[in-house]
Design a protein around this ligand. Structure first.
Ligand SMILES: [Zn+2]
Length: 292
């Protein structure tokens, strides 16, 4: 699943490729992968798919057709492509989604599961592909609408989270700190891999109740979250199964994981075998000797 560093890598690549370009043609192939104003509430939810909800007809402008790209933003794991008209297309990659940019004349390796595509005025193309369809597209008249409908419900972005913000997110919660970190309403963009890595980096046991963390530990954890995410962004993300950045290249950060995927192997810091168990319903790996 693409996590924050992977989505940030896609964002910076698209910012370079798309900025100032005019979208000449926009095509949606699977209508239920796009939500536009006027659709039934929750129109794109998985449960609604079987019930064949009535969607309103898509206009090219809903997908930024005819618009010039003014910027590509990110909050947590969501992207927003902003048009010069003010209209915004929010993209969530879900479990297996990818936004791929292709130079003029260059073909896609896989043309299946393509739900939407765009042609730009330099002949390049942008493609939204999502085999498992947990991702999706949302069209909004402006950034304010996007924030109100989606981003305001998320916590502060993890790449820049301060210790004060993290302290507020963890306070008065008896959940394991690992579960609190994964809650996107508390802090946006921490997934399973980077939660385990940040807890290891700050010597905190993932099973500790969130509210039991001291101020010093919260400060250490906030620094570890920012640090591990920033290092992963520099390595252009982690490629576990099928993640590729917008140019189709894999990331390299999987080579630098300290605990994730290393259950039973020796801890890099002390050599004792790493422990593993379900914490907050997710497989977690930690060092019983280093993390208290
Ligand atoms: Zn250790």
């Amino acid at each position: 699943m693409p996590e924050l560093p992977e989505v940030e890598t896609v964002r910076t690549t698209l910012q370079t490729r798309l900025l100032g370009r005019v979208i000449e043609r926009a095509t949606i192939k699977r209508r239920d992968m796009l939500v536009v104003p006027g659709d039934p509430p929750g129109g794109f939810s998985r449960s609604a798919r079987g019930a064949a909800p009535r969607f309103r007809r898509v206009r090219a402008a809903d997908l930024l057709g005819g618009d010039r790209v003014d910027g590509v933003l990110r909050h947590g794991k969501q992207l927003a492509i902003v048009g010069a008209s003010g209209r915004v297309l929010c993209v969530h990659l879900g479990m297996s989604g990818a936004l791929l940019w292709r130079a003029p004349g260059k073909r896609l390796e896989r043309a299946d599961h393509v739900h939407a595509h765009w042609r730009l005025d330099d002949g390049s193309r942008l493609v939204f592909r999502d085999p498992r369809r947990f991702g999706g597209l949302w069209s909004f008249p402006g950034m304010d609408n996007l924030r109100l409908a989606r981003w305001d419900a998320l916590g502060p972005d993890a790449l820049a989270v301060t210790s004060a913000q993290l302290g507020r997110a963890l306070a008065r919660s008896r959940r394991p700190v690992k579960a609190a970190l994964l809650d996107q309403r508390a802090i946006a963009g921490v997934g399973n891999i980077y939660a385990d890595e940040a807890l290891f980096g700050s010597d905190i046991d993932p099973r500790r109740p969130a509210e039991s963390l001291t101020r010093t530990e919260t400060t250490r954890l906030a620094r570890a979250i920012r640090g591990v995410l920033a290092r992963a962004v520099r390595a252009r993300g982690s490629t576990l199964r099928d993640y590729r950045d917008a140019d189709g290249d894999p990331g390299a950060f999987q080579l630098a994981h300290s605990v994730y995927g290393r259950a039973g192997l020796p801890c890099h810091a002390c050599g004792s075998p790493l422990a593993s168990a379900l914490v907050g319903q997710r497989t977690s790996v930690w060092c019983n000797a280093c993390q208290a």
